[in-house]
Structure formats: C-alpha cells, structure tokens
Design a protein around this ligand. Structure first.
Ligand code: NAD
Length: 494
C-alpha cells in the first residue's frame, strides 16, 4: 500500500512535516499504534494564521455558488468514503459502530446544511432617508480558530468549520492530538480533494500550548472552542484580553428526570443510553438520573440489571455496547470520582471496576447534593441515580449545578412534564427523550459553566460566524458645510 500522504504531517494548505516529533495515533482498545501524525507548535500556528489571513479575502470573494459547491463536493466525498471514516472514528476514538456511524452521518449532514448557507439572504434593507439606500449585511469575520475535543472528533470539528468556511471565513483547526486523524486529517483531505482553495483551511494537531497560541494570535478574529469548562475559562480570558469574539461549548452535568407515571422499561432504556453511550464521554450525558420516589426502587433494580447486561469490549472486533475509554488519564479521573463519591456516602450498586481502558457500566446511588459526584462532570460510564418526592424537588435538584447544557423529562403527562421542564435552566430541553440529542439544524449551546451564551448550529451559525456591516449608498455625496449653522446664527443676531 502506498504511504499515506498525511503520515507524520500537518496540513497548512499542503501536507508538510511539523516542527515537533510526530506522535503516535493510538487505538485505545488494543494499545496498538495505528499511524503517526505531525504536531504543531506555536510557530506553526502563527505561520498558518498568517497564510489563512492571506487566503481568506480570495475565498470570500468567490461567487457564492463556487463556495457552496466545495461544501457539496466534500459531502459527496465523505459519503463515498463513509466506511473508512467510520472505521477511523471507531478505532481511534474507541467508539462503538453505532456511535461512529451516527457521528459520521451528523458530520455529513453538517456539510450539506453548510452548503446551503452561501445562497441564503445575507442581510436586510433598512428604512432610510430619501436618496439613500441603507443595508445591514453579514460579512465573514476573517480567520476563525477552531479547537475541538476527542469525544466526537469528526462531528465537533465539522460543526464549526463547515459553516465558518461556507460563510467566507478561513479556518485554522487544532484538533485534540488523541483523535487527530478522524478529527483533523480526514477533514483536511475531504476539503483538499473537494477543491477548497489552498490556505483557506489548516489542520494542526497539537496540545494545549498550540491551542493557547491560536487563541492569542492577532490574525484570528474568532475562536470556536469545544472542550472542558476549565480550559474554556482560560480560552475565554485570553480571547477577552485580545477583544476577540469567542464561542465556548463546554461541559455538563445534565439531569434526566423520570416522573412516576413513566413506562419503567422505556425510562431505563433512556437512562442507560444517555449515561453509557460512548462510555459516558459526552457533554450531554445524563450526569444525574432523578427518579420519583414511588418508582425509584424498581427503576434502580432494572437499571442495575441493564448495566450488568451490557457488553464491553473492542468495537472493531465485535458488536459491543461500550468500547474503551480514550486513555488512562480519563479512566483514572472516573476512578477518582467514584472513590470520592463512596467516601462521601455513595453506594456502588454495580460496576466500578475496569480492565485496561474498558470500564464497567456503573450505577451509583446515595449521592446527595453534598457529595462531590453530584456536581462534578464524570465523563465516564457512571449512572448516578437519586430519588425525589415531587416536581418542585426535581426542579431544585436538577438546577443545583453550575452547568446548564441539557435536560430531559420522561412522563406520560405531557402538560406536567412541560411545566416542570420550563423551570430548568439549560440550553436544550427534551420532553419524553433523554439528554443526548443533536440534529445539526438546531441552535446548540449552554448556560452557566456549559458555555458563554453563544450557540452554534442551524440559524445560530449566521450570528456565530459573521459580523454585521452597515452599508449606505447615495447617488452623489452631499456638500456638507460645518459652518452652515454658524452663518445662520450670525444672520439671526444681525
Ligand atoms: P479539554 O478542554 O481538555 O480539551 C479540548 C480541546 O482544547 C483539546 O483540543 C485540547 O488540546 C484543547 N485545550 C486544552 N487546554 C487548552 C487551553 N488552555 N487553550 C487552548 N486549547 C486548549 O477537553 P477534553 O477533556 O478533551 O474534552 C471533554 C470535555 O469537553 C468535557 O468537559 C465535555 O463536556 C466537553 N465537551 C463539550 C461539548 C459541547 O458541545 N458543549 C461537546 C463535547 C465535549
């Protein structure tokens, strides 16, 4: 097989060797090295920001149809290589086949939706004075820096960079180095083969230092960051210092509320899906499952049985419900949260153990609001189940968090579920569903420690990735006279 064009390289419009030693692309399920990618440092970030700045005006000036067709070709290429893309997501990020397929489809949908943006109306005609047109139009921001995490690497990078490019910006993407192929290399190849003008997209895998250099670079007009709230705070601080637009999509501690009229088996299936999908490494994972007291014992028994029935293993070599965690650091974080939860009075009903990076689906009970596990994002396959007495207490418990990303309520009484749901302070609310939901065409964002009030996706993309310009047009310039008023005053006095 010929050597891959991207092996040990970065993409700065061309595939070039990076300044740092290339790093291994690991398969978390086996510990095998799948390949090697280039790593960026601050100097390579600066170089790409400069080149992206030079390429942007030409890309933005292309006819809107030309920009749209690049996005459409990228979507077609992704569709025709979907098996290969899905396999990379599965092997590099430890995703199950179901999750990898779902992620690949979401990213392709993003490309299609983004391809429709250039042909949409770009502004408004404002009321004006006679003889003058007054327009409000949306313009690209310039260079946009995208920083993405490891858990949905292909989709979370694509959801920002595809609309950003479609709206005439250039993009410098810094994916997480643990998922640099499916979260970076694949995207660069799709756009390169789709005919994106050279320099409009750069893909530079790197660590936090490379990310920080991207945020501080003066040529970057906006940062779209998806990751932890701790890193998001640092990104927000730097962006603020540089007066830079910033979109922060951060962590969550989401409540799934099950009311006492719910179908128990359906509610348990929803809880297991939202707590264990992708080993719980999802920002929208149900971090707290709140169950009304009357059905709590039966719900807990069924959830324990469900957790014990789930298969855990290598997704590339068998049909499993859970794959490996991304790395030992993430696994040890989960071990630490469970130990702290137990020390504060929680009970491990099932699970809690691991082999290599394969963590058992775990159920914790007895987690009071005073327990650190009630508040901390676990990012692992741990369902924390708590009873509540009435709707008021469910609302109080659900809102007792610094986060505000997603919430869900399950009940046969739609009116009651909606009334309860309307008191929850989250960016997404799902009635009769679970907390992990994204359709691409919906605005997505969180409040509190889950974000900075900015949203991306659907209608929110125009606001996120463009800036308003007020434009007026007159047939001829008027002869302004600064002294006109003074002359008039003189006449009055005489
Ligand atoms: P992380 O914050 O450690 O890393 C995310 C990205 O930021 C990586 O590319 C990393 O290299 C980079 N980074 C880290 N520190 C940085 C800094 N100081 N400056 C610039 N870049 C920096 O997050 P993680 O642990 O890899 O990902 C999991 C977190 O992401 C969870 O908290 C999860 O909830 C959150 N997340 C949020 C969403 C959302 O849409 N709200 C989606 C997925 C994941």
């Amino acid at each position: 097989m010929p050597e891959a064009i991207w092996k040990e390289r970065l993409f700065n419009g061309a595939w070039e060797c990076g300044p740092l030693p290339a790093v291994a692309v690991m398969e978390p399920a086996t510990g095998e090295t799948l390949d090697r990618v280039g790593m960026a440092d601050a100097a390579s970030i600066a170089d790409s920001c400069r080149r992206a700045g030079e390429a942007q005006p030409g890309w933005a000036a292309l006819p809107y149809e030309a920009r749209a067709s690049v996005l459409r070709r990228a979507a077609q290429l992704a569709e025709s290589h979907i098996d290969e893309i899905r396999d990379w997501i599965m092997r590099e990020s430890g995703s199950t086949r179901t999750k990898a397929a779902f992620e690949a489809e979401l990213a392709i949908k993003t490309l299609h939706e983004s391809a429709a943006l250039p042909s949409q109306s770009q502004g408004e005609v404002l009321p004006s004075t006679p003889g003058r047109f007054s327009l409000a139009r949306r313009r690209p921001l310039g260079v946009i820096g995208v920083i993405s995490p490891f858990n949905f690497p292909f989709y979370l990078a694509m959801r920002a960079l595809a609309p950003a490019l479609a709206l005439g910006n250039s993009v410098v993407l810094k994916p997480d180095p643990r998922t640099a192929v499916c979260g970076g290399v694949v995207i660069a190849r799709l756009f390169e083969l789709a005919g994106l003008p050279r320099g409009a997209l750069h893909v530079l895998p790197g660590g936090a230092d490379a990310g920080a250099a991207l945020v501080a670079d003066p040529r970057v007009a906006m940062i779209q960051f998806t990751g932890s709230s701790a890193a998001g705070r640092k990104v927000g601080e730097t962006a603020g210092r540089h007066l830079k637009k910033v979109s922060l999509e951060l962590g969550g501690k989401n409540a799934l509320i099950v009311l006492d009229d719910a179908d128990l088996d359906v509610a348990v299936a929803n809880a297991a899906w939202s707590a264990y999908l992708h080993q719980g490494q999802i920002c929208m994972a149900a971090g707290r499952v709140l169950v009304q007291r009357g059905i709590y014992p039966a719900f807990l028994d069924k959830l324990i049985a469900k957790a014990r029935s789930l298969t855990v293993g290598d997704p590339a070599r068998g049909d499993v419900a859970l794959g490996p965690m991304i790395d030992a650091v993430q696994r040890d974080h989960v071990v630490g949260v469970i130990a702290a939860a137990k020390a504060a009075g929680a009970k491990v009903e099932t699970g809690g153990g691991y082999r290599d990076l394969f963590f058992e689906p775990t159920v914790l009970s007895g987690v009071a609001p005073s327990n650190p596990a009630f508040h901390e994002e676990v990012f692992g396959p741990v369902a924390i189940v708590l009873p509540f007495d009435d709707d008021e207490e469910a609302v109080r418990l659900a809102n007792d968090t610094e986060y505000g990303l997603s919430a869900a309520v399950i009940s046969r009484d739609l009116g009651r579920a909606l009334k309860l749901g309307e008191q929850l302070c989250t960016g997404s609310l799902h009635i009769n569903d679970q907390t992990v939901n994204d359709d691409v065409i919906n605005p997505f964002g969180g409040s509190g420690a889950s974000g900075n009030g900015a949203s991306i996706g659907g209608v929110a993309n125009w606001e996120a990735f463009t800036q308003w310009q007020w434009l007026t047009l007159k047939g001829e310039a008027p002869a302004y006279s600064l002294s006109g008023q003074l002359e008039h005053d003189k006449e009055e006095t005489a």
